[in-house]
Design a binder for this molecule. Structure first.
Ligand code: WTA
Length: 755
């Protein structure tokens, strides 16, 4: 039996102090609360002596579990002021009120479900698949079959093979049959405040069927590729669903980026689009004439035109370019046009019937291709299939956001990113959710726009990326606090490790200290969440993605591929498959095996570093190629960045390793300062000291490079490859900078190198 001592003194959970009241650091003080509920942070006059073993009576039962979840021994809880100095000990509890209504209300329930998902994956997933989805025909004898070990032959993952279904049918027809026909499926908010539109589930089905009928009429058949190059208009999910309805394989290309504050389009977009057209040879490209992002108009069709010319030179061209007239951005009269190939969406699609038979497909038939960059120049076409992806995205959405029928959900990601596939379109719609789709820039017309949208639609679940959180944090609390945000109940984060200070700001200022944050770790390749808090179940630690989702067995291995137990750091791998896993890289199964399964035979290698603390919480430390080895100390760039960003005058930081004569590698830090702060020698010293104090002398940056902005991709990822070249002054080897959202940043950084 687990002992239940709390000493000294015993503090009942109901007496715990509110997180928000405790600190004034990083703008944490005096924030307005947005209603009751609330999460709690443990408080004690003697924090180090306080354990929560009474809360976690279940830990005994966890000993039998594999990987991290089985290693928890005790949890320490501390007051907030203390927590800011020692961040990893900081625990944020869901309130009783939140937990009571949650789908997974306790660690115990999580463990019970997790245990079953690992011990009996076939039973666990087939129960969900058969009770929550429509199958025209049930799968064959095996729920799944897999080989993740290159030593035993080719890598193969199959889930629900032989099962016949359709994901569009499950998103729309099934929900309508269940009575959700009049429920709002999509709220669309234009870049310009005041312009919006809605579609109910029935209306959405009608629109999807019209497009599906048109695609069939021009000869698009099951298995054919369709390239979609649309901004965040309702036509984007419509196009994805229409392809899925007829069994066509969509490939959505990023056309804009919500995460960037100022979006500038580089000519390269046409080149990269041409590359994808040549790779997957689509019959049709679906686009729109232009889009507005903030005050800027971007002529998307010009990019498509250039891409089609480029691909035609190499022998591949699309027969049809279906173009939506986005009237608020550009009128058709001003749109360049190629007769015979270009078709206006509005002229043809509404003429087609609003019903369309479903093309029933095998669970293992391809659903979509999504290109993602690899370590070589050639993009990887990540291929997802239908059945497992469907079951996995719906289930992860439901549990990680504690989804309720009354929720209004907003994910800020573009559908050109996996997040937009799994958690704008498929995951939410499979659950019959109401989804907000926003066309514009997050700071247009001012940095309060997100919260204006939250209030307008009474958004309850808000899911975004740390880069946006940090950028809004930099603009100041006032833009947030002038809005009520009282509808919010769950927040989410994705894309990179969220540094604790951004976590706290998100939690305190945006969420008014009452909304749990689901820090969802996953990848294009994984299809859905892999390590994520389940709000209501576990206490959270700011900056930790916490525990594995059902069916996921994360393991941490050393450089020899040996699993490490307990508290440790190493390479994050996954043992055994999960339904949402990608099945191959399009046209290159060998690269799939080499990149993901050969580095550590027997496991899927994620490419990420990870630490597991003594309580079993997972802390993602960034891509392993971002790990710096300084005098034998392995330091995640994210760790140093997090320390720098905790400095009140530092808004964002990106750290890379540079060659160092004595230490092997030295630490080179690019820092963006808070608006209005100027760079000085005194500030440089203070930044270095912050890192020294938080991590240790070995982690102190050798060089601080002032960066008014950082080179980022359109999905908001910092391009460290370029930073590494600037840091090592290999300026003639910068490589292609045209995929950057703002290529001009590079010259600015070079000019500031010796400041
Ligand atoms: C990183 C995005 C820490 C990670 C869904 C991963 C994260 C890569 C998190 C995948 C998170 C994503 N915490 N790191 N919550 N989410 N990452 O394919 O390095 O665009 O390998 O998928 O982003 O990026 P991708």
């Amino acid at each position: 039996m687990m002992t239940m001592t709390i000493s000294p003194p015993s503090i009942p959970l109901t007496h715990l102090q509110r997180y928000k009241t405790a600190s004034v650091k990083q703008g944490l003080g005096n924030h307005q609360s947005i209603g009751g509920g609330g999460l709690l942070v443990m408080a004690s006059s003697s924090p180090k002596n306080l354990t929560t073993t009474n809360y976690l009576k279940h830990v005994e039962s966890m000993k039998s579990l594999p990987s991290g979840a089985g290693k928890i021994s005790q949890l320490n809880a501390v007051i907030l002021g203390e927590a800011l100095a020692s961040e990893e000990d900081d625990l944020v509890f869901p309130s009783d009120g939140f937990s009571r209504q949650a789908l997974v209300p306790s660690p115990q329930k999580y463990l019970e479900m997790y245990k079953r998902s690992i011990e009996d994956p076939a039973g666990f997933w087939s129960d969900i698949a058969s009770s929550e989805f429509y199958w025209k025909q049930r799968w064959g004898d095996h729920v799944y079959s897999e080989n993740l070990d290159v030593r035993k032959g080719n890598i193969k993952i199959e889930w629900f093979k032989g099962g016949i279904t359709n994901i569009c049918y499950n998103c729309l027809d099934k929900n309508i049959d269940a009575g959700l026909g009049d429920k709002i499926a999509l709220y669309w908010e234009s870049n310009e405040p005041g312009f919006d539109a809605t579609l109910t589930y029935s209306q959405l089905l009608g629109r999807v069927c019209q497009l599906a009928n048109y695609l069939k009429s021009i000869g698009v058949r099951k298995g054919d590729a369709v390239i979609i190059y649309l901004p965040m208009l309702m036509e984007l999910p419509i196009a994805m669903l229409a392809c899925a309805r007829i069994g066509a394989v969509h490939s959505v290309h990023v056309s804009s980026s919500f995460m960037q504050k100022r979006v500038v389009f580089a000519g390269f977009s046409a080149e990269s689009l041409a590359q994808r057209i040549m790779d997957c040879k689509p019959k049709v490209v679906i686009t729109c004439n232009a889009v507005k992002r903030g005050p800027k108009t971007i002529a998307l069709k010009d990019i498509v035109d250039a891409a089609l010319i480029e691909s035609a030179k190499n022998g591949t061209s699309a027969d049809v370019c279906l173009t939506y007239e986005n009237q608020s951005a550009l009128k058709r009269e001003s749109t360049k046009w190629q007769e015979g190939r270009d078709i206006w969406w509005e002229d043809v699609i509404p003429k087609y019937p609003t019903t369309c038979d479903v093309e029933w497909v095998d669970a293992e038939d391809p659903l979509f291709l999504l290109y993602t960059s690899g370590s070589t120049g050639k993009p990887k076409g990540v291929l997802h299939t239908t059945g497992g992806y469907m079951v996995y995205t719906a289930t992860t959405f439901k549990y990680a956001f504690d989804y309720k029928e009354s929720d209004v959900y907003w994910c800020t990601a573009d559908c050109g990113w996996i997040t937009g596939h799994s958690y704008v379109s498929y995951g939410p719609m499979l659950n019959g959710a109401t989804v907000v789709v926003y066309e514009g820039a997050p700071n247009y017309p001012d940095p309060g726009r997100c919260w204006d949208i939250v209030d307008k639609y009474k958004v309850t679940i808000f899911y975004t990326a740390p880069t946006l959180v940090r950028s809004l944090m930099r603009d100041g609390d006032e833009y947030v606090t002038r809005y009520s945000r009282k509808s919010l109940r769950v927040l989410g984060s994705v894309g990179e490790p969220i540094n604790p200070s951004a976590w706290r700001w998100f939690f305190n200022v945006v969420g008014g200290s009452k909304c749990p944050i689901s820090d969802t770790w996953w990848q294009t390749e994984t299809g859905g969440f892999m390590i994520t808090p389940l709000p209501g179940a576990w206490p959270q630690k700011p900056g930790s993605a916490t525990f594995p989702f059902f069916g996921v067995q994360p393991v941490i291995v050393d450089e020899k591929g040996v699993e490490i137990e307990g508290e440790c750091s190493g390479y994050l791998c996954v043992k055994s498959s999960w339904p949402g896993a990608f099945r191959t890289l399009y046209g290159d199964h060998e690269r799939y095996e080499t990149t993901y399964f050969k580095p550590f035979p027997g496991y899927y290698f994620t490419g990420d570093g990870c630490s597991r603390d003594r309580d079993g919480y997972h802390w993602l430390t960034g891509r392993v190629d971002d790990v710096i080895n300084v005098s034998g100390h392995r330091i995640g760039t994210a760790e140093v960045e997090s320390a720098l960003v905790s400095h009140p005058r530092c808004a964002e930081a990106a750290v890379v390793g540079v060659e160092h004569e004595v230490k092997g590698q030295g630490i080179y830090a690019f820092v963006t300062l808070v608006d209005g702060v100027s760079y000085s020698e005194e500030l440089r010293r203070s930044l270095v000291l912050t890192v020294r104090n938080q991590i240790g002398a070995f982690a102190a940056p050798d060089k601080i490079h002032w960066a008014p902005s950082l080179p980022k991709t359109r999905s908001g990822k910092i391009m460290r490859r370029i930073l590494r070249k600037i840091a090592s002054r290999q300026l003639d080897e910068l490589g292609d900078t045209s995929t950057l959202a703002e290529p001009g940043v590079v010259d600015q950084l070079i000019a500031l190198a010796d400041c």
